[in-house]
Design a protein around this ligand. Structure first.
Ligand SMILES: [Zn+2]
Length: 128
């Protein structure tokens, strides 16, 4: 699977369309610096090369923390409507993809709900 994927991104300010590589899969073990970016709210923040506007780009991505046996699908906030069915489909699809049964699969809509979840589990482990 691709770790990064090319996307056509439209600047919300000047409307210019340009191409960027964005994370498709974030693996905590492989890219701990990206996990920090997510928690700091810097993940997928893009600067337009035409007007220098900084904005957040929401694209779906997969987050893996295999130490915790955790696989999270993070979908754009805009997909939340009617998302419960999509969520169920995604979890079912992951189940039949041959991953082991004891994996904790989660689906979140919007990066902010995911960050809250990540904050929680990361802080829990510090107390142990
Ligand atoms: Zn722009």
């Amino acid at each position: 699977m691709l770790i990064k994927k090319r996307h056509d991104i439209k600047c919300p300010s000047c409307g210019k369309i340009f191409e960027r590589e964005l994370w498709n899969i974030v693996d905590k073990r492989v890219s701990p610096e990206v996990v920090k970016q997510i928690m700091d709210g810097e993940f997928n923040n893009i600067v337009c090369n035409s007007c220098n506007t900084k904005f957040h780009c929401e694209v779906p991505f997969l987050y893996q923390d295999l130490e915790r046996k955790l696989i999270v699908t993070v979908l754009p906030e805009t997909m939340r409507e009617g998302g419960e069915e999509l969520k169920k489909k995604l979890i079912d699809a992951q189940k039949i993809s041959g991953l082991s049964e004891d994996i904790n699969r989660q689906v979140f809509f919007g990066i902010n709900t995911f960050v809250r979840f990540l904050d929680q589990i990361e802080n829990e482990s510090e107390e142990i």
